[in-house]
Every structure is written in C-alpha cells, then in structure tokens.
Design a protein around this ligand. Sequence first.
Ligand code: SF4
Ligand code: SF4
Length: 217
Amino acid sequence: MKRVHPYPDGDEGGMTYFESLIHEAVRRRRAALSVSEVVRAVGSLYEDVCIGGEVEEALQDPFFPLTLYARHHLPFRDWGRSGVGKAGQDLALLSRMFLRIRKDIDRRFGNREATCVDLNGDANQEVALGQWCSLCGECCQLPGTIPDPPEPVRYPGYWYAYIAGDSPLIQRFCPFLFELAPQGLFFCAIHNVKPLTCLAYGREDCEEKHPGMSLAV
Ligand code: SF4
Ligand code: SF4
C-alpha cells in the first residue's frame, strides 16, 4: 500500500486515513447510501492498480462482508506501524477470495439457487427468515469447519480449503458468510449446499453457544 496518511485532524482516536475510510464505508452501506467515492479512495491507497481495482470491486458488491472485516481486522494498533499495511493486505486478500467465490457460486450452483438470498439482487431485498435463526452470523465467525458437502454436491477445489480455514488469509470468519448491511443481517452464501457439519448446527447448539441470538418463539 502507499503510505497511509494520518486522519486529517490527527485526532480521531489515532485513527488512520485507511481506517476512517473503512468506517465511513461501513456507515454508508448500513444506511444504504452510495459508497462509490469512499471505495474509490480505499482502492487508490494500493500502489498496485490491479489490487486496488479488486478491492474496489469487492467493496462495491452489495454482499461483501465489510462489517465483519472492520470488526475482526481493525483496529490494528497492536501491530504498531506495520498494522495498517497488514490490514490493507488482509482486505486485498479477502476481496480476492470474495470475488472468486462469488463467480464460482454462480458458475457452479447459480446465483438464485445457492442460498436464501438472490445473489443477483441487492442488499435491501426481503429475506425470508427461518423459524428460529435470526441471521446474526455469530456462529460462522470462526476460523474454519469441516468441508463435508451433502451428496452429490461437489465444491470447486479451493472451497474445501477455504471452508476448513486454510485460505491465504488468517480467517476470523468464514469467507462464505456474506452480509446484507442495510438490514444488519449475515447469511451463508451457499446455504442450500452448505457442509453437513454446518447443516447439523441446530437451535440447541445456537442457544448453548450463542445465547440470546436466536429468534424468540
Ligand atoms: S448464532 Fe444462531 S441465530 Fe445467529 S446465525 Fe447462527 S444459528 Fe442463526
Ligand atoms: S459454510 Fe456457511 S454455514 Fe458453514 S460456516 Fe461458512 S457461512 Fe457458516
């Protein structure tokens, strides 16, 4: 990344320009406002224009999990001066992974068939919630799980590694966990073909491990 300038006032809690842009993008996505300008600014911080372009493309996507990135990869002050570079690198990796997954979902399963959300649609679309799952996404914020697809489904090869937590990124949430930012919801992008291990995660597991997150009866 290019040198990241301190926040103009130098007094945003030590926040760097990069971090302030990400928080602004998160805020705008939640409010269903355009993110074009702020996303262009993020992309322009990368010296490599191809990488910057990929980051821009991912951040423009209505389902990119930017809130999760901000939650798990920022702030980076514990890393000292190298922190902002690491956070930028993580965002570039996550963007590349996301775009690749996105294309392969459509190629292999179809954007309308892979999950409970129309992946050709936008983030404001109405989503039919299940009987008890609130789509809070808490249970999928884990480094990896068992990549065991239901028969006769076969995933693109690299998905097995990504689901198992063996991607180029140190995973703090599953890369198949996408976001509906204006609705504050998170969903599995391969819900209809998700691993059996994920399918087996039921209400009792949810209530035990994430009390208070499921929908009240
Ligand atoms: S923690 Fe529970 S309510 Fe939240 S997404 Fe997972 S299963 Fe659904
Ligand atoms: S594959 Fe889907 S259900 Fe399983 S951990 Fe990832 S996002 Fe969650």
